[in-house]
Design a protein around this ligand. Structure first.
Ligand SMILES: [Fe+2]
Length: 175
């Protein structure tokens, strides 16, 4: 289930939104583009099948955001590197370009640190999120990660994490 938890920096929940329209409106107020695309039947979850199934939406997002390239990443719970991969995205960081994801399957939590509030968005199947360049954020794929996500880039080479050194993420991550 897609949810948006509004929290203070200590991790205390201040509000919980469960309706996608409310979530989209709340994030839009912060300049963040969140959309929901109803699930489409997929022959399989291979990158080729995912890109073909959603090609019209992807083309539109590319045009809207000026995203030059697209790929698909998949992660399964039995991945031997799951713990290491999870850890890689758990510290607060920023990017020089937008971080754009569409969840064709599975889920993950984006934590957006906006002012003195943390917006924790649990993304599930059909969710599209564009985290603007320079937004402090981190991502938790969970202990048993599972997702198939389309990624859109302005320039994949530019998608390098710059860590902020802020330890705020530690207040949110479950052991
Ligand atoms: Fe990131």
């Amino acid at each position: 289930m897609t949810t948006l938890r509004l929290c203070d920096e200590q991790g205390t929940e201040l509000a919980l939104l469960t309706e996608r329209a409310d979530i989209a409106a709340t994030l839009a107020e912060q300049g963040i583009d969140y959309q929901y695309l109803p699930t489409r039947p997929l022959a399989d979850l291979s990158p080729g099948a995912v890109l073909e199934c959603y090609q019209d939406a992807i083309a539109q997002w590319q045009q809207q955001g000026g995203y030059q390239s697209v790929d698909v990443v998949s992660l399964q719970p039995d991945n031997p590197n799951a713990a290491e991969l999870r850890k890689k995205f758990l510290d607060e960081h920023i990017h020089a370009e937008d971080e754009v994801r569409f969840f064709a399957a599975g889920s993950g939590i984006f934590y957006l640190h906006l002012g003195d509030r943390v917006h924790a968005l649990t993304c599930t199947q059909g969710d599209y999120l564009s985290v603007p360049a320079g937004t402090r954020h981190w991502f938790d794929m969970g202990r048993e990660p599972y997702f198939v996500a389309v990624r859109l880039f302005t320039n994949p080479d530019g998608w390098v994490a710059q860590h902020t050194g802020d330890k705020v993420a530690a207040n949110f991550i479950a052991a």
